[in-house]
Design a protein around this ligand. Structure first.
Ligand code: SF4
Length: 316
C-alpha cells in the first residue's frame, strides 16, 4: 500500500472497488465530531475554509495519481476529515477531472453543499457519497456533534440542490448507531428528506469499528434490513452481519482503540512484528490496525524497520 504524501492506497473498498484516496485536510480537521468516526476525535472543529494543505502538494498528489491509473478503479477525495473544507477543493476537482481518466468519487459529510462554488465542483464527481445520519436536529446533535453554526437544515437544502444539479451518481450513506439515531421519529424524518433528495442509492451502515467514542453500539443486520425496506427500493445494507457480530464481540470484550494501541506497543516492545503478525496476534480488523499504526507512526510512538524485504514495527 503506497503512502505518498496526500495519496493513500489503493485500498479495497466494499462500495467503490480499488480506491486510491486523496486527503485534503490533515487529521483531524472537520465540521463535525461524529461519535462513530474511525479517524478519532475531531481536533479542529470548524466551518472555516482554508488551504489546510498548500496547492503545490495537492497538485503533486493528483499528478502522481494520474501516473498510476492502472492501479486503481476510482480516485476518491476522502481522508482524515472533511475534504471540502480545503479552499483548494474546487481547483483540485477540476485538475483531477482533467488528468484522471478513471471515475472520481467524493466522501463528504454534506456540510458545505449549500455553498454554490463547492456544490458546482461536487457536481463534477462521477460518484458523490454524502452522509445523512439525521432527519431531526436532536439526532444530528447527538450523532454528528456539529460545529457551532452548522444546522441540519443547511445540509438538507444543500443535498436537495445537489440532486437537481448533479451530473454523476449520488449515493447517500445513512449510518445508524444503537439508541442515538435509530428511533422511529428520526428514521421517518430521514425518509422524508430522502424522498425529496431522491438519490440514486441509499446505503445503510452501522458502526463496525472502534470510533471516536468507545461506548457506541451497532444495529443488528436484521434491524438494518427492516429499515432498508422502510426507506424503499433504493436502499441497501452495505455492511455484512459478520462485521457487525465481530464488532459486538470486541465491544463486549471492551476493546477500544486506546486499548488496541496499548496492546500493540506492548507486543512490539517484546519483539518486532510485521503487519500480518500483529493482525493475528491482536485479533484486529485490517483497516482498524492500519489506522492505529498510521497514527502511532505519526505521533512517533512507533517506528518502521526494513529487514530482508519485510517491514517490521518496532519501538526504540
Ligand atoms: S464527518 Fe466524517 S471525518 Fe468528520 S467526524 Fe464525521 S465521520 Fe469523521
Amino acid at each position: 500500500m503506497a503512502r505518498d504524501k496526500l495519496i493513500f492506497g489503493p485500498v479495497k473498498s466494499r462500495r467503490l472497488g480499488r480506491s486510491l484516496g486523496l486527503e485534503l485536510v490533515p487529521k483531524k480537521v472537520c465540521s463535525m465530531d461524529c461519535v462513530y468516526c474511525e479517524v478519532g476525535r475531531t481536533t479542529l472543529l470548524t466551518l472555516e475554509r482554508k488551504p489546510y494543505y498548500p496547492w503545490e502538494k495537492i497538485e503533486e498528489a493528483i499528478i502522481t495519481a494520474s501516473k498510476i491509473q492502472d492501479k486503481f478503479d476510482v480516485f476518491t477525495f476522502t481522508g482524515s476529515g472533511e475534504p471540502t473544507l480545503n479552499s483548494f477543493f474546487e481547483d483540485a476537482v477540476f485538475l483531477a477531472k482533467k488528468l484522471i481518466k478513471k471515475p472520481i468519487a467524493l466522501l463528504t459529510n454534506s456540510s458545505l453543499l449549500w455553498m454554490k462554488s463547492v456544490r458546482s465542483a461536487v457536481c463534477e464527481f462521477d460518484i458523490v457519497l454524502p452522509s445523512l445520519d439525521a432527519g431531526t436536529e436532536e439526532a444530528f446533535l447527538k450523532v454528528n456533534q456539529p460545529c457551532k453554526g452548522l444546522k441540519l437544515e443547511a445540509i438538507v437544502e444543500g443535498l436537495k440542490a445537489l440532486s437537481k444539479e448533479k451530473k454523476g451518481k449520488v449515493w447517500v450513506e445513512v449510518l445508524l448507531v444503537k439508541g442515538l439515531n435509530d428511533d422511529l421519529e428520526n428514521l421517518s424524518a430521514i425518509k422524508k428528506v430522502l424522498n425529496e433528495v431522491s438519490p440514486d442509492k441509499v446505503q445503510l451502515n452501522t458502526v463496525v469499528r472502534p470510533g471516536a467514542l468507545s461506548n457506541i453500539l451497532p444495529l443488528s443486520y436484521e434491524e438494518l434490513k427492516k429499515i432498508a425496506e422502510f426507506f424503499g427500493d433504493k436502499a441497501e445494507v452495505v455492511v455484512d452481519s459478520t462485521s457487525i457480530d465481530r464488532f459486538k464481540r470486541l465491544v463486549e470484550k471492551g476493546i477500544s482503540r486506546k486499548k488496541l494501541e496499548e496492546e500493540l506497543i506492548a507486543y512490539v516492545k517484546r519483539r518486532p512484528a510485521t503487519f500480518e503478525e500483529l493482525l493475528s496476534a491482536l485479533d484486529a480488523e485490517e483497516k482498524v490496525l492500519s489506522l492505529v499504526i498510521d497514527s502511532l507512526l505519526k505521533e512517533n510512538k512507533l517506528q518502521k524497520k526494513l529487514h530482508e524485504d519485510k517491514i517490521y514495527y518496532i519501538v526504540y
